[in-house]
Design a protein around this ligand. Structure first.
Ligand SMILES: [Zn+2]
Length: 212
């Protein structure tokens, strides 16, 4: 009950601190519709909130969150493609000019992939299937870093998750078309929750660079 009360008090404070012209602003926002300048694919992790990190305002970011900030490859079969549907809405419906994949350190989803037995013991079934999107990247990390500690393996897999998602984005034809027309850019970012530092993937040199 304490948690719920805390949340409701947060809501009351939010209402009290709205700007004086909030009615006009809200009305204008509804009238104009949404025109976000970026879709962000982030993890559901409670410690990584893109709106807070980027000090975003309502309307700035089209947010897509799932376990381990993953984009699945384009698949024709099946019906319940939550992440693909969100992407389709952002790209075809809203014409977002940027898609940012935001990875993060200490990701529980990546941990579940590396330590599959722990997730299984907790009765997880969907998580294992979902994070298997990263299986080949995990094998690559193990092959190229055979002496790495589990922590080092996890950090490498977390950064690789961003690259796999970027690669999978290009399996959607409407994303490829817009990239070719230069109306859509893809970005790979990584947030370290321990240091609150952001890194950006530089595809020209093939690694992540800290943002100053
Ligand atoms: Zn995560």
């Amino acid at each position: 009950m304490e948690t719920i009360e805390h949340m409701l008090n947060g809501y009351r404070a939010f209402r009290e601190n709205m700007p004086d012209d909030h009615q006009e602003r809200l009305h204008a926002m509804v009238e104009a519709g949404q025109h976000p300048k970026a879709a962000v694919i982030a993890c559901s992790d409670s410690r990584v909130d893109p709106a807070l990190v980027f000090r975003a305002e309502p309307g700035d970011i089209f947010m897509i969150r799932n376990v381990a900030n993953l984009v699945p490859p384009m698949e024709e079969e099946g019906t319940f493609h939550g992440t693909s549907a969100s992407l389709e809405f952002a790209v075809l419906g809203l014409d977002v000019p940027n898609i940012i994949v935001l990875g993060h350190a200490h990701c529980g989803g990546i941990h579940a992939m590396i330590r599959g037995e722990e997730a299984e013991q907790k009765g997880c079934k969907f998580v294992q299937g979902w994070v298997s999107i990263l299986s080949s990247a995990h094998r690559r990390v193990l092959a190229t870093m055979p002496d790495a500690t589990i922590e080092e393996t996890q950090r490498a897999c977390e950064r690789n998750a961003v690259l796999v998602s970027l690669e999978n984005l290009t399996t959607f034809p409407w994303i490829r078309e817009r990239m070719a027309a230069k109306t859509l850019k893809l970005h790979g970012w990584f947030f370290d929750i321990e240091t609150a530092q952001l890194e950006i993937y530089n595809s020209k040199v093939g690694h992540f660079e800290t943002v100053e």
